[in-house]
Ligand binder design. Structure first.
Ligand SMILES: Nc1ncnc2c1ncn2[C@@H]1O[C@H](COP(=O)(O)OP(=O)(O)O)[C@@H](O)[C@H]1O
Ligand SMILES: [Mg+2]
Length: 369
């Protein structure tokens, strides 16, 4: 029988816990998917923990355990849906929830909570977790970790491909057709995080469905240029980012100081353009004269974003990971299931060319069933 793994993920968007059941041999097969919305109070707690103030060890300890319980609930609900028992699952790969990402400090660190002990206890399944910190300990950014998985499932030796993951933040993976060239990738900046925050403040909605609201606005080029002056965009890779760099207060500073009269929908259109322009700049630096751009992450459902990307990258054809049988929502959870498989097999999960680590490393800790 195929070895089935679960991948559990909650990203910077703080929208939901996603879980997939997936097997990789002989070929990739997605058995089922499930998601659990993050309860509003937990979301608030996590958001508070992402900010460099108002820190409490009590809060961290409590949310760590509560998220562990929720991740386990999410996994157990998927097993019920699929009529699978814990003994039929080889392992869970759990990304956990990032609450701080500081790979560039003198003493670099990254912190993902969601107690894997609780997940193992409440599911009866072996858990692999804490994937990022070993890479940071080896001098890397600890992110992005998805490129190795992208390479495993999407590399093609006839055509150059770029995989674009549009979560809270955006990251790209370069998959050159020429097999003598290394797989490469990095975070390009924000994807949905600012658009979501602006939409929440203005429309009281968690996100701009299909980018419909952004599509009614006009890009404000002065504001766009001011935002693109953020030092992260000019930084050379390896690089990774998070809510520390791009958050609502950063946006509100621009609006308060110089753009108070810009229409709300124009700001939304400009935030969408910020995501697109930073991705386009990164894609144009690849040196590929043409290729395929594969979109995944929730932002792949944003039609306005898709259209602007297509317009700005006429030498690329755009694809959704739906075409390989994995809807954009589920790709990252599949990546953490795959990373768990790597770890249990004693194989590395990081790509040093991507993260900047001094070498390949077996990632994560193993918490036995
Ligand atoms: N239909 C949609 N239209 C526009 N944006 C969407 C849609 N569905 C999801 N999204 C965006 O995707 C985000 C979630 O993406 P996800 O890949 O889960 O990110 P993360 O990994 O950061 O949690 C949502 O917050 C929202 O901004
Ligand atoms: Mg999400």
């Amino acid at each position: 029988m195929d070895e089935i793994y679960l991948g559990l993920m909650s990203g910077t968007s703080l929208d939901a816990i996603d879980v997939v059941a997936v097997s990789f041999e002989p070929t990739l097969r997605l058995w089922g998917t499930h998601s659990l919305l993050l309860p509003a109070d937990i979301r608030e707690d996590v958001l508070a923990l992402t900010q460099p103030y108002d820190n409490e060890i009590e809060r961290l300890g409590r949310v760590d355990v509560l998220l562990g319980q929720l991740f386990a609930d999410c996994a157990n609900q998927l097993l019920d849906k699929l009529n699978l028992s814990p003994s039929q699952i080889t392992a869970i790969g759990s990304h956990g929830q990032t609450i701080r990402h500081r790979p560039d400090l003198d003493t670099p660190f990254t912190l993902q909570i969601t107690d894997p002990n609780v997940i193992a206890e409440n599911t009866g399944i072996t858990v692999v977790a804490d994937f990022r910190r070993r890479d940071v300990a080896a001098g890397g950014q600890g992110a992005p970790l998805v490129p190795a998985f992208h390479a495993a499932i999407l590399r093609d030796h006839a055509i150059n491909r770029v995989v674009l993951n549009l979560g809270g933040m955006a990251n790209i993976t370069l998959l050159p057709a020429d097999s003598s060239l290394a797989v490469y990738g990095y975070d390009t900046g924000p994807a949905n995080v600012l658009m979501d925050a602006w939409c929440q403040i203005t429309l009281k909605q968690p996100f701009d469905e299909n980018g419909a609201w952004a599509a009614t606005g006009r890009i404000n080029n002065t504001l766009l240029a001011a935002m693109l002056a953020h030092p992260f965009f000019a930084k050379r890779p390896p690089k990774s980012t998070g809510r520390e760099d791009f958050h609502i207060d950063w946006l509100l500073e621009f609006i308060d100081c110089c753009h108070a009269n810009v229409l709300a929908e124009d700001i939304q259109a400009t935030l969408l353009a910020l995501t697109v322009q930073s991705v386009v700049d990164a894609v144009n630096q690849t040196g590929f004269s043409r290729g395929e751009l594969w979109l995944c992450g929730g932002g792949a459902y944003n039609k306005a974003l898709w259209q602007l990307l297509a317009q700005k990258l006429p030498h690329y054809t755009l694809h959704s990971t739906e075409e390989i049988g994995i809807a954009p929502t589920w790709l990252e959870a599949c990546a953490f299931a795959w990373l768990a498989k790597q770890t249990l097999a004693g194989l590395s999960g990081n790509l040093p060319a991507v993260t900047g680590a001094i070498g390949q490393r077996i990632l994560g800790g193993i918490f036995q069933a």
